[in-house]
Design a protein around this ligand. Structure first.
Ligand code: SF4
Length: 141
């Protein structure tokens, strides 16, 4: 697959499968929330159990969120999402054509979802370059 992608002129990165979106990870961390059996099954099949992985990330220095700083994501209807790791339309911050770049960034910087994500280091869970010995503090399941 990698060879095929490179032949076509695409980049090819390998990552361990991880739980998305951010809102689902937050639900998983919140013991009062009940996840569906399908989601539990997916989590059991991940190489890294999300809670253990996030806990182990606390031994690393806090990092900025690259998605928050460098990314602009629009959904198919033209609404700005917080980032590519959030899917819920409720988390749209507004219609792209009605917001200035400054307004977009201000809304993202003040987002409660981003605050919760940063507090739990979920942004580092997505930003980890697993397999490249960058942030691999625990062994796969
Ligand atoms: S802090 Fe989390 S939710 Fe916010 S942009 Fe970064 S990864 Fe996305």
């Amino acid at each position: 697959m990698k060879q095929f992608a490179l032949q076509l002129g695409f980049d090819f990165d390998e990552f361990w499968a991880f739980l998305t979106p951010v809102e689902k990870v937050l639900d998983y961390l919140d013991s009062s929330k009940k996840l569906s059996p399908d989601v539990i099954k997916i989590i059991k099949n991940l190489g890294f159990e999300p809670k253990s992985y996030l806990k182990s990330l606390k031994s690393f220095p806090m990092q900025d969120c690259a998605y928050l700083k460098n990314q602009l994501i629009l959904n198919s209807e033209g609404f700005v999402q917080l980032c590519c790791a959030t899917f819920s339309p409720i988390l749209s911050i507004g219609f792209f054509l009605e917001l200035s770049p400054q307004q977009i960034q201000e809304k993202r910087n003040n987002s409660e979802m981003c605050k919760a994500c940063l507090k739990n280091r979920i942004h580092m869970y997505y930003g980890s370059k697993w397999g490249e010995n960058d942030l691999t503090p625990i062994k796969p399941n």
